[in-house]
Design a protein around this ligand. Structure first.
Ligand SMILES: [Zn+2]
Length: 139
């Protein structure tokens, strides 16, 4: 068992991990993380409901974190890592850490899938998990 780095970001189902966002019933806008309300000024009928986001998408941008961030961000065995922006379709792009990538060989447009990994182990709470994106394995 592990806890999430922030509440309500994702869930683990039989068919894999899923991000939990929200979708507006009035205009169809999708938000991640979950939004308190629709931010579309032209929305005809703002009404948000929980929505599972697609588990796969395409990498549209990334940056590599090569220095250790301030203590607010925790990570065991810190090493440089990449943060990517993944287009999941439905007009929603999600920022997340990338895993299973060679930092010098990241390619924009790569198909990515959602995975859940332990970010660090907290003395009181135990393993703390976060979502990441890994390249789709094409065997
Ligand atoms: Zn709306």
């Amino acid at each position: 068992m592990s806890v999430q780095v922030a509440e309500g970001l994702f869930e683990q189902a039989e068919d894999g991990a899923r991000l939990i966002g929200s979708r507006c019933r009035g205009c169809g806008t999708t938000y991640f993380p979950q939004a308190p309300g629709c931010r579309n000024p032209d929305c005809p009928a703002p009404c948000l409901e929980c929505a599972h986001l697609p588990q796969r998408g395409r990498l549209v941008s990334y940056t590599i974190q090569r220095y250790r961030p301030p203590p607010l961000f925790r990570m065991d065995d810190w090493t440089p890592y990449a943060i990517g922006l993944v287009d999941l379709g439905e007009g929603v792009e999600v920022m997340g850490m990338l895993t299973g990538v060679d930092l010098d060989r990241i390619v924009i447009g790569t198909s990515m899938r959602l995975v859940i990994e332990t970010l660090y182990t907290d003395a009181a709470r135990g393993p703390v998990a976060t979502y990441k994106f890994a390249p789709e394995v094409t065997a």
